[in-house]
Design a protein. Structure first.
Length: 314
């Protein structure tokens, strides 16, 4: 890697296209395609006061999307309103285009959650739900999730939105065929949820690779290090990507400003190792993601609805 390219990757950016901020560092599900399921990280809620201190170290002027999750399940946080209060304060000085919260919809403290929704800080609520649109497939792919809980969440939040008008509701759903998409649409759209479909990604460290292709590791500095994006785990540690919860430790937002971490020695070392000795990084050595010009098949993996072919025409 030449010095000019390294300097480019270390240059602070006043504009972040996305922040992924984990507020619990752990999840109760063991989804087959998720690396978090292999790590079995303990759920550790981030105290709102610490969260506020970490936010104060995000020295970007503008953020397009602030996601209140990376790999943890945010509704496991016992004080979601406290977290949103801190984020709302931060937002008064740092414009955020959209605050998004993504949940697996399985554990909900309704009183606290409805208080959180009423604060109107969450602009977009996303539910992750995979499979072919049947209870059997959903529960097999996301153990120990229950279809009944998913439906209860979709219906109850839909009724909330009818009464209050927001937030925007969508799902992110991994499917395999156009028929899966049709089945999900027939369930979700009458309830006011807009589905976004994706194909399987092959993620390093996930219990299963369901893509149907062998995992071929990418080479060099992956596309994530070139993005103006920030990924933070539930302890304030800045991690390099949203393809794995702990591919590297680049610094901590409780201690340092984002611009310092971005240009710091730990991130520079990580980038150099990716460029010259990626095989030495345990997670990255088995990861499919490659550089921006050749990010690999998991990057932007399209939904079966978008693919031409017999399933699409039916
Ligand atoms: S190579 Fe893969 S695991 Fe490593 S930082 Fe990039 S996307 Fe994350």
């Amino acid at each position: 890697m030449n010095l000019h390219r390294l300097a480019e990757l270390l240059r602070p950016s006043a504009h972040l296209t996305a922040v992924h901020f984990d507020i619990v560092k752990g999840c109760q599900l063991l989804c087959v395609g998720c690396p978090s399921a292999s790590l079995k990280q303990t759920v550790r809620p981030l105290e709102p006061a610490r969260f506020a201190r970490m936010l104060a170290n995000i020295d970007a002027r503008e953020i397009d999307v602030f996601r209140l999750f990376n790999f943890g399940e945010p509704l496991l946080h016992p004080d979601l309103p406290g977290i949103l209060e801190a984020l709302a304060r931060f937002r008064t000085t740092h414009p955020i285009g959209c605050v998004e919260l993504s949940t697996n919809a399985q554990t909900v403290h309704w009183q606290s959650f409805e208080r959180a929704l009423a604060m109107r800080v969450i602009d977009r609520l996303v539910v992750s739900c995979d499979g072919d649109g049947t209870p059997e497939s959903y529960e097999a792919l996301r153990p120990p999730a229950r279809w009944g809980k998913l439906m209860q969440f979709l219906e109850r939040v839909s009724a909330w939105k009818t009464r209050h008008g927001d937030p925007a509701l969508m799902t992110r759903t991994v499917v395999e065929t156009a028929e899966d998409c049709r089945r999900w649409r027939s369930i979700l759209e009458p309830l006011g949820w807009t589905p976004e479909f994706r194909a399987w990604k092959a993620l390093s460290g996930a219990p299963e690779n369901r893509t149907g292709r062998p995992m071929v590791p990418g080479r060099g500095v992956c596309t994530f290090l070139g993005k103006s994006q920030l990924y933070v785990d539930g302890s304030g540690a800045v991690v390099p990507c949203c393809a794995h919860p702990a591919a590297g430790d680049l610094g901590n937002l409780e201690r340092d400003r984002w611009s310092t971490i971005r240009a710091g020695a730990a991130r520079a070392d990580f980038i150099r190792t990716l460029a010259t000795a990626r095989h030495e990084l345990p997670v990255c050595s088995t990861c499919e993601y490659g550089p921006g010009h050749d990010p690999g098949p998991s990057a932007g993996s399209r939904s079966p609805e978008a693919r031409p072919g017999p399933a699409h025409r039916s």
